[in-house]
Design a protein around this ligand. Structure first.
Ligand SMILES: Cc1cc2nc3c(=O)[nH]c(=O)nc-3n(C[C@H](O)[C@H](O)[C@H](O)COP(=O)(O)OP(=O)(O)OC[C@H]3O[C@@H](n4cnc5c(N)ncnc54)[C@H](O)[C@@H]3O)c2cc1C
Length: 490
């Protein structure tokens, strides 16, 4: 069997350069072995096959490995330092847009070991209780889970993601315990400014590892550990191209292909699709699984935001740059039928204030991922996103803009202006939605594809609505819940 070395942190220049000793040292310190896919694993029976090595896939893998299960993880990408491998992997990203929004699909996720955690910012808020069960925005059936169902997993997810932050205000989701790591917010001037307006500003909870203070990157901390476990096989450059099924609800194998020309089949008792929302949806579409009620690919959502700037009266409001957030208006907006909003508040020297208004998009059937005519390097159809703003999205944005202008007025700000352009948060949500009844969605409350007995999806694609919060904490919480469910811990 061919083995390669998974070198973390070594630049191509070093690898290609003269210092073999330096390369060996880097390998000794930071490497873990992983395999290139070939047919030697065909016929082996794993307990679980996890497709994708981002936060979702790694979370499930850690739980199964710790329980001594035989785990195989298939990752389409390679290490970021493998320039040639990265170039080959990009040929598998075939995307297009057919709706009125020209969405930047190619820059909003990454096909590499560790997935999009390689480039994420690490903001980790919880969804609000009224985002879940009983949410009037949700299409037929709504969320099959309540906030109480997921709250214990939020706590565990915050620990796994090293979430740190200050004491949180009552406008944040309720919690049983403080954030795992305390870090004072340093936003005193922002708080003082907004206090008279009765607006509570929070320092955003954020993933920060103790080693280097950066957001958790699964390639640095989790994958090297996983790859060294005797009960785990981790393959990179291993793209799941199709899920094979027996026609009666069971997945029997995954067809896997590599850019170096190998094709094989991997068999397991359970299969977890954790390819990010776009590619998880595409893999189900390519496999002809999960579209029993014409929901697969539909209800795609993102978190668009626009920014406004103004000058505060007086002199030096801010000694240094400060950043806070408030979810305080979400409930009121929800009750009015607009959906949630978030205000990001940025104070800058000497007295500049920026407010970024982020909205929750409504889940619309017509906002949809389908397969396209264009083919990837393996000849598989690429992905088309039909995406447009709904009337409700426009109404939410307009009401939010009114609120922001009102806040600037109450602060006595001058020169208030909307900054150019709409921006995206790179959050892909909703295209394999969860539902209690098969006729309302793609997966059930335990993330099992309706009608299948061994296929699960771990991704923000399963969210029924998107709330206004960044999704990764919820992805990790749901992945922990899924693991407990499959391992019989619930
Ligand atoms: C610039 C940026 C900033 C962000 N900041 C934040 C933030 O502050 N807070 C937050 O909550 N979220 C943030 N996000 C979003 C966050 O990165 C994602 O929510 C998160 O990474 C999703 O995890 P995942 O495991 O579901 O998917 P991913 O991390 O995308 O991982 C999916 C993996 O599956 C692999 N894969 C895909 N198809 C196949 C296949 N067919 N076979 C095998 N493998 C496959 C991919 O290569 C990838 O490694 C940000 C995103 C971007 C781009």
């Amino acid at each position: 069997m061919k083995r390669r070395t998974f070198v973390l942190g070594a630049t191509t220049a070093v690898v290609a350069g003269s210092s073999i000793v330096a390369v060996r040292e880097i390998q000794r310190q930071k490497s873990a072995n992983f395999d290139r896919i070939d047919d030697s694993r065909a016929g082996q029976q794993y307990d679980v096959c996890i497709i994708g090595s981002g936060p979702a896939g790694c979370t499930v893998a850690e739980q199964f490995v710790a329980r001594g299960k035989r785990v195989v993880m298939l990752e389409s990408g390679v290490s970021l330092q493998d320039m040639l491998g990265m170039r080959a992997a990009r040929k598998l990203d075939v995307y297009g847009n057919s709706g009125s929004i020209d969405y930047p699909l190619d820059t909003s996720r990454i096909r590499a070991l560790g997935g999009t955690s390689n480039i994420w910012t690490g903001r980790c808020p919880r969804l609000q209780p009224d985002d879940f069960a009983g949410n009037p925005l949700a299409p037929a059936g709504g969320w099959p889970l309540s906030y109480a169902d997921i709250a214990p997993y939020y706590q565990r997810a915050e620990e796994k993601l090293y979430v740190s932050g200050d004491q949180l205000s009552a406008s944040q989701a309720p919690r049983q315990a403080p954030l795992p790591y305390f870090k004072p917010g340093n936003i005193d001037e922002l708080r003082k400014l907004f206090d008279p307006l009765d607006i509570a500003i929070d320092a955003p909870p954020v993933s920060r590892t103790p080693e280097n203070g950066s957001p958790l990157r699964y390639t640095e901390k989790i994958l090297p550990h996983l790859a060294q476990q005797p009960n785990m096989d981790l393959f990179s450059d291993a793209t799941a191209t199709r899920l094979e099924s027996d026609g009666g609800g069971s997945v029997t194998a995954v067809e896997v292909r590599s850019n170096s020309g190998e094709t094989t089949r991997i068999e397991a008792q359970q299969y977890i699709v954790a390819c990010g929302a776009l590619e998880s949806t595409r893999l189900l579409l390519l496999s002809g699984i999960g579209n029993h009620a014409d929901h697969l690919g539909r209800y795609f959502m993102e978190h668009p935001f626009v920014s406004y700037r103004g000058l505060l009266p007086g002199g030096d409001e801010f000694p240094a740059w400060q950043m806070g957030r408030t979810y305080q208006f979400s409930r009121d907006f929800n009750e009015k039928g607009h959906g949630g909003i978030i205000l990001g508040i940025y104070g800058n020297k000497p007295n500049r204030l920026k407010i970024a208004l982020g909205i929750e998009m409504s889940p619309e059937r017509s906002n949809r991922i389908t397969l396209s005519e264009n083919k990837d390097a393996f000849g598989s159809p690429g992905l088309d996103l039909h995406f447009a703003f709904s009337e409700r999205d426009n109404a939410c944005m307009a009401a939010g803009e009114q609120l922001v202008n009102d806040i600037f007025t109450r602060l006595g700000a001058s020169g208030v202006q909307k900054l150019d352009g709409m921006h995206w948060s790179h959050h892909h949500i909703g295209s394999t939605r969860m539902s209690a009844r098969p006729e309302d969605g793609v997966v059930d409350e335990n993330l099992r594809v309706h009608g299948s007995d061994n296929l699960y999806v771990a991704s923000s694609s399963t969210f029924v609505t998107s709330g206004a919060a960044n999704p990764t904490l919820t992805i990790v919480a749901l992945s922990l819940r899924l693991s407990d469910h499959l391992l019989g811990a619930t």
